[in-house]
Design a protein around this ligand. Structure first.
Ligand SMILES: Nc1ncnc2c1ncn2[C@@H]1O[C@H](COP(=O)(O)OP(=O)(O)OP(=O)(O)O)[C@@H](O)[C@H]1O
Length: 312
């Protein structure tokens, strides 16, 4: 669906993006994460054929941005991070205006606009002036506009930015819906956790380079050097015993007792620990909880961008 090969854009001597390789299929929801100025917009604008790469290739459904931009524009819906709405148009007039620009006419246009209002849940605002909508509603209207010509591929630049928590949840649900509709979606953000539970794949871009490009779960695993286990015992008093037992174990680097659980940091590279629960039980420990600690995506992001996100 979307493929880029060595995609590069230079401004003078500076690289806006450098050697970006992407490969996304139908139904993929790709979270494109990076601090401000990392190159997300540049990449999306090239795929949308609004900007030419300095070198490298981008394909949408097999069409090249160099030789088949017209075909690509039919297949792509691009929602920029900032877009204006017209003061004197109602929501329905706004969508009809853009539907007309896509040459959707007659009853088909009315039906399509109604359908899009339903998808983005803005039916109740159909006769409101577009400039009176909240930020979240405006973003949803923008998405409806982007969906009018039924594009197979969606490029959404920071659609969650500036939304309050409720609007964020609504927009995230909408993104999920698009994935279920079989669209291929690239959605950018400078905040990793806000996309992690929606996207199946994630790419982390920093200063024009793609640092990580994999399934969400794999990214976390790759970032983490040490597997961390969390153990709770049925009787609180046994926690010290667990610490003592595991301190001498060949797989364990350190133990960190906490208030109601103990964290076990395994040695670097050790990720197989299925023998440990049995071993603890054999040593008389009454286990209540034994699980692997999940690394939060914020930490993964910070590790990958080496703190550059602090500049955001
Ligand atoms: N027209 C231009 N001329 C010169 N440099 C540019 C131009 N457009 C973008 N850049 C530079 O390219 C780099 C990538 O910019 P881009 O807008 O793609 O980043 P971004 O990840 O989308 O950031 P943001 O989240 O702030 O929109 C930045 O360093 C930016 O300053």
């Amino acid at each position: 669906m979307i493929k880029t090969v060595d995609l590069t854009k230079k401004y003078g001597d500076a690289f806006a993006i450098k050697g970006i390789d992407l490969d996304l299929q139908a139904g993929d929801l790709f979270g494109f994460i990076g601090p401000n100025g990392a190159g997300k917009t540049t990449t999306m604008r090239i795929i949308a054929t609004l900007l030419e790469p300095t070198w490298g290739e981008a394909y949408v459904c097999g069409h090249s941005v160099h030789t088949q931009p017209k075909e690509i524009r039919r297949l792509v819906g691009y929602m920029p991070d900032f877009f204006g709405v017209y003061d004197d148009m109602t929501v329905v007039e706004y969508l009809e205006f853009f539907a007309a620009a896509y040459r959707i006419n007659g009853q088909k246009r009315t039906d399509r606009v109604d359908e899009m209002l339903d998808v983005v849940d803005l039916e109740f605002k159909r006769d409101a002036y577009a400039n009176t909508l909240s930020r979240g509603q405006t973003q949803r209207l923008g998405l409806a506009r982007t969906l009018l010509h039924d594009p197979q591929v969606l490029l959404l630049d920071e659609p969650l930015s500036g939304l309050d928590p409720r609007a964020r949840i609504e927009m995230r649900n909408l993104l999920r819906k698009l994935g279920e509709m079989g669209k291929t979606v690239i959605v950018s953000s400078h905040i990793l956790p806000e996309l992690a539970d929606v996207c199946n794949k994630v790419g982390i871009i920093d200063r024009g380079e793609l640092k990580q490009n994999a399934k969400v779960t794999e990214v976390i695993r790759m970032v983490r050097e040490h597997t961390v286990l969390v153990i709770q015992t049925a009787e609180r008093e046994q926690m010290d015993e667990v610490a003592k037992l595991l301190q001498g174990h060949e797989k364990v680097q350190a133990t960190e007792p906490g208030d109601d659980a103990i964290r076990i940091i395994l040695k670097a590279g050790v990720d197989e620990y299925s023998d440990l629960p049995k071993w603890l039980i054999e040593n008389g420990i009454n286990l209540k909880r034994f699980s692997e600690e999940e690394l939060d995506l914020e930490s993964a992001f910070m590790a990958l961008t080496q703190g550059t996100s602090r500049r955001m």
